[in-house]
Design a binder for this molecule. Structure first.
Ligand SMILES: [Mg+2]
Length: 226
């Protein structure tokens, strides 16, 4: 069984900054924050980690109540932000997912730093949600390697544990490459996010593409079995 774990932002789609916009709007509506945070990186990180940094920056208490309020506000703001921003599905993604999801012996899942609710909203906005049966998300883990470990646990529970894992991670940041290594997965990098081809190349993914425009080549790579 070949299992493909896709990242979302910068890999499948680019929301045009809707995620960050929704987080900032959620901080404003829940906690009255008007100042913009600076120096907090987003790409490749989990929303849990990003939100914790935002709480700290704005002096918001890191409590269960804060998290509940933030999550509810974020889920309310994200659809508005997605509608407002000019995002796009990245080249080749629609056809690639369509072909892979019809291929026997290939399962598609998500390995993303997004909150589960955020991932669902983003994918549904671009009509890509129906391709994915399972996923590991950034709700509970600060580090992406732990999201990858959770994905592996899910795979072992849901698929035949006697079959050798043939797990691949597909993503756009050095953190995607690193988390694939944490679970001994193969990794395909794609330079459609904020990192350049050269920056990703220095992390030594197994395969690296400028984009997924050459669908046939990607499809053959991702669906072929040794
Ligand atoms: Mg990404």
């Amino acid at each position: 069984m070949r299992i493909l774990l896709f990242d979302i932002d910068g890999t499948l789609l680019n929301t045009g900054g809707a995620g960050q916009m929704a987080m900032e709007a959620a901080l404003q509506s829940s906690f009255g924050v008007t100042e913009k945070a600076s120096g907090i990186p987003y790409a490749g990180r989990t929303d849990f980690g990003i939100t914790r940094d935002l709480f700290q920056f704005h002096g918001i208490e890191d409590s269960a109540e804060s998290w509940r309020g933030f999550l509810a506000a974020y889920c309310e703001q994200l659809p508005k932000a997605l509608a407002k921003r000019d995002g796009l599905i990245l080249p080749g993604v629609v056809e690639l997912l369509h072909r892979l999801s019809k291929t026997t012996g290939v399962e598609l899942g998500l390995l993303t730093g997004n909150l589960k609710a955020g991932a669902t909203l983003k994918l549904a906005h671009y009509d890509l949600d129906h391709h994915f049966d399972f996923g590991a998300f950034g709700d509970n883990h600060e580090h992406r390697d732990d999201v990858a470990r959770e994905a592996l646990d899910i795979i072992r529970r849901h698929f035949d544990p006697h079959q050798p894992d043939d797990v691949w991670v597909i993503g756009d940041t050095p953190a995607d490459v690193q988390c694939a290594r944490a679970i001994n997965a193969k990794v395909v990098g794609v330079a459609t996010g904020t990192y350049t081809f050269a920056e990703l190349d220095s992390c030594r993914p197994d395969y690296l593409f400028d984009d997924f425009g050459n669908v046939q080549k990607l499809f053959e790579l991702l669906s072929s079995h040794d």
